[in-house]
Design a protein around this ligand. Structure first.
Ligand code: RB5
Length: 150
């Protein structure tokens, strides 16, 4: 299951995201928003992020005007590693090296065709593990309030 969430500024990318999910045959849960009425992006970022953190959804896709705000909000949820991407190399490496579990995009930044490439790349790339697992583990130590400083 893939989580999707957006605010009023990100909603214009939602059809492109759903098109890729359907193309890949991946079921999804849409946490809203569902129209252009102005809303607060942290609310929808949290809803989708909690579904990833609790295991209901394996990965998530978020959209706001820039991808920045909703991504920051998602990253405040314990267990979430959300990456804001505007290029496919970063989307690819965020999965291979960082085991990112959420992708955030800005509808005022990327067009629908680039958004589709970003989503397709993110959802079809696996974590490489090995040395990267140690580093992601260190990130999760920080996420849990720990320190890496001895
Ligand atoms: C909404 O106007 C806008 O601030 C929001 O979508 C997002 O871009 C924030 O980071």
């Amino acid at each position: 299951m893939i989580a999707i969430g957006c605010d009023h500024a990100g909603i214009d990318l939602k059809p492109a995201v759903i098109e890729v999910l359907e193309e890949l045959g991946l079921p999804y849960r849409d946490f809203g928003t569902f129209d252009h009425t102005s809303v607060d992006y942290p609310v929808y970022g949290e809803l989708a992020a909690r579904s990833v953190a609790n295991g209901e959804c394996e990965l998530g896709i978020l959209m706001c005007g820039t991808g920045v705000g909703i991504g920051i909000a998602a990253n405040k949820v314990h267990g979430v590693r959300c990456v804001m991407c505007t290029d496919c190399y970063s989307a690819l490496m965020s999965r291979e090296h960082n085991n990112a579990n959420m992708l955030a995009m800005g509808a005022r930044v990327v067009g629908s065709e680039l958004a589709k490439m970003l989503v397709r790349t993110f959802l079809t790339t696996s974590f490489n593990g090995e040395r990267h697992a140690r580093r992601v583990g260190q990130i999760m130590t920080l996420d849990e309030g720990g320190t890496l400083q001895g």
